[in-house]
Design a protein around this ligand. Sequence first.
Ligand code: UD1
Ligand code: PEP
Length: 417
Amino acid sequence: MDKILVQGGHPLKGSVTISGAKNAALPILSAALLCDGPNTFSNVPDLRDIHSTMELLSHLGARCEMADHTVRVDAAGLNNHEAPYDLVRKMRASILVLGPLVARLKRARVSLPGGCAIGARPINLHLRGLELLGATIELSHGYVEAVCEQLRGAEIYFDMVTVTGTENLMMAAALADGTTVLRNAACEPEVTALADVLNAMGARIQGAGTPDIVIEGVARLHPVEARIIPDRIETGTFMAAAALTNGDVTIHGAEPDHMEAVIHKLRRAGACIEVRNDGIRVQGCAPLHSVDLKTLPYPGFPTDMQAQFMVLMSVARGSCLITETIFENRFIHVSELHRMGADITVTGNVALVKGVSRLSGAPVMATDLRASACLILAGLIAENTTEVNRVYHLDRGYESLERKFQQLGAAIRRVKG
Ligand SMILES: CC(=O)N[C@H]1[C@@H](OP(=O)(O)OP(=O)(O)OC[C@H]2O[C@@H](n3ccc(=O)[nH]c3=O)[C@H](O)[C@@H]2O)O[C@H](CO)[C@@H](O)[C@@H]1O
Ligand SMILES: C=C(OP(=O)(O)O)C(=O)O
C-alpha cells in the first residue's frame, strides 16, 4: 500500500489550481442515467470514486469513458436495475443511482451502503421520500428494493438536512408526474450544481440553494454538456495549509462565494486572505489564534473541513472547542494527532483543543478521507518526518495532492507500496 512521507518546516509559496469537485461530480454522473444519449461532463477530477461510479454506471448498462478530465456517459442502453454490494461498498455515493433508476426503469435494487468510519450514514430519509413519491420500498438481504408504476409529485419535509437525500429525491422528482416540493432541503453548492445540470437537461427545478426546492416533473430529459464546479473542500484544504505553514499561496480556479464560512474562520484565526480576480491569496500572519468552531450544513462550516481546521487549532495560541454536529464519529484524526504531540480532549461530539508550540513527526494513518488530509497538513509543520499510511483514502478525494504540495515547495513524496 502506498504511503506519503512529509518533511515538515517548509512554508508553502506559489500558486495552485483547484480540481473539479468530487461531491458535485458524483451526483451529476448519476443524473446522466435520467436520459438517453451522450452527456459530456468536463473538469471531472481523476479520482478513485469517479472510476468506481463509472464502473457502476457501466454495470447498469450505460456507456462511460473518461479522457483528460472529461467524462462521457450515455445511458441509452440502461437495462439493469441492480447495483450490487461489491460495487456499492467501494463508495457511499453509489446510493445516488437509486433515484434515477426508480424514475427511469420504475424499479431499483440497490445494496444498502451501510456505515463507514465517520458514522452510521443512514438513508431512511431517501427511502421515506421515495415512498411519498409513490414507490414501494422493501429492505431485504442488505438491499433496498424500490418499485413504482409512475412516480408522482409530493410534498416532502426532511427531518434533517441531507445532501445526498436531497440530490436523490431531486433526480427522482424530475421525471415524476406533477409537482414535488422539498422542504428543509440541503443548500450545499453541490445540490445547486446538480439542479443546474438537471435544468439544462430540461428539468424544471426552482429554489435549489435554498431550503425549499420546487420540482415540476417532465416526461423526459435530454443529454447535456456541463462543467463540474471547483472543489470547495480541496480549496479549503490548501487555504488551511497556507495559513498553517505561514506561507503565501494563491489559489486559482476556486469559487470564493462557496468559501465564506471557511474564509471567516481562517481570518479569525489570524490568516490574511484576499479574494482577487485571479484567485484567493492566503498569507500566514503568524501567530495563529484559537477560535471555536461548529460544523453545520451549508452555509455553515463544512464537516469536510473540520479535521484540517483542527490541525491549525492544535498549534494556535490558546484553547478552543470544536463541535462536530453532522457525523457521530468524525474525530478519527484526534488519536493520530496525539501521536504527533497535540493536546486534544474529546467529550462526545466536542473536542477541546489546547494549542501546543510544536508537533513532531510520526508514522500515522487514518481511515477517512479528510482525516488523512489533516495528517498531511500536520506533517507540513511537524518536526522531522511524518509517514502517512493508508493513503488510498486520500486518493478517493484529492487529485495529485502530493504533486500540488510539491509545486508549493513542500517536502512531500509518495512511496509506492
Ligand atoms: C449536511 C452535511 O453536511 N452533509 C455532509 C454529508 O453528506 P451526505 O450526503 O453523505 O450525508 P447527509 O447529508 O445525508 O447526512 C447528514 C446527516 O443526516 C443524517 N441522515 C442522512 C440521511 C438520512 O436518510 N438519514 C439521516 O439521519 C446523517 O446520519 C448525518 O448525520 O457528508 C458529505 C461527505 O462528508 C459532506 O460533503 C456533506 O456536507
Ligand atoms: C466523507 C466524504 O465522502 P463520502 O461521502 O464519499 O464518504 C468526503 O467527501 O469528505
